[in-house]
Ligand binder design. Structure first.
Ligand code: ADP
Ligand code: MG
Length: 249
């Protein structure tokens, strides 16, 4: 599919497709664990979707990413698989003591979406020994707190409101969270989650230079690219190290 890529936040600035890492056009060229590649084939997938082909090497390079791509284009695995790779490649795990301290966070607008994403992160995370947990509103908070303590997950998938509640109760902390994904950013803003997103980012590591110690990598996935999403991305992604992909448009 056609895509357009830019190196700066904000349409029209700094278009430079030549600086992009090469697309991963087939699974055998992806650096993921053999068990992950096996699970992709077992799912009946024959090749990466265009957003996956382009996003995987960008995320693995450590850059921040904005991906604008329509529903059904395979965005979930576009961010989950490189995040799982980064989490497990070094063999590191979430710290064993203190409050549960995930190393990856995904924010999604609804319970249904959070559950779908977490089902995928569990399915592929299992291949590499990476535990995930889903936290959403409309369910008892104490059960999610207990599950956090029991699992000490590497990856948390949450709706913004419930994550703010859990943070307020000290049920987890985000200081070790080096990779953060805003999924369906446009819908999260439509639903009025901007204040919660802002509170969450205040607890995350800073977006320091790529490769710097305890720096945060931020990914923003969205189906549409209105001004509100551009503003959100400009607030939380690294202006000098963000690639914006427009897939299929
Ligand atoms: P989006 O988030 O862009 O709406 P999803 O991540 O939900 O898209 O994926 C849409 C569908 O495509 C899902 O059923 C998913 O399992 C499937 N899918 C994901 N990656 C691939 C692939 N590489 N090949 C075929 N189907 C895929
Ligand atoms: Mg999606």
């Amino acid at each position: 599919a056609a895509y357009r890529a830019e190196h700066q936040i904000g349409a029209g600035e700094g278009t430079d497709a030549s600086a992009l890492p090469a697309c991963v056009r087939d699974f055998s060229r992806a650096p993921f664990a053999p068990a992950v590649l096996g699970a992709l084939r077992a799912a009946g997938f024959s090749s990466p979707t265009p957003i996956q082909a382009q996003a995987w090497p960008i995320v693995l390079s450590g850059a921040d990413l904005i991906a604008v791509a329509k529903t059904g284009s395979g965005k979930t695995l576009a961010f989950l698989l490189p995040a799982l790779h980064v989490l497990t490649a070094g063999g590191a795990r979430a710290p064993a003591g203190g409050a549960p301290s995930p190393r990856a966070l995904v924010l999604a607008p609804t319970r249904e979406l959070a559950m779908q994403i977490e089902a995928e992160s569990s399915r592929f995370g299992k291949c590499v020994g990476c535990a995930s947990l889903c936290a959403f509103g409309g369910a008892p908070v104490h059960a999610q707190k207990a599950a956090l303590l029991r699992l000490r997950p590497d990856m948390v998938v949450a709706t913004p409101g419930r994550l703010v509640d859990l943070l307020g109760q000290g049920a987890l902390e985000l200081g070790s969270c080096g990779i953060v994904t805003l999924d369906e950013a446009d819908r999260m803003l439509d639903m009025g989650f901007e204040p919660q997103i802002s509170q969450i980012f205040a607890k995350l590591p800073p977006a320091a230079a790529v490769g710097a110690q305890s720096s945060r990598q931020t990914l923003c996935f969205t189906a549409t690219w209105p001004k509100a999403v551009r503003k959100l991305a400009a607030s939380y992604l690294r202006a000098d190290a963000t690639i914006t992909l427009f897939i299929g448009g």
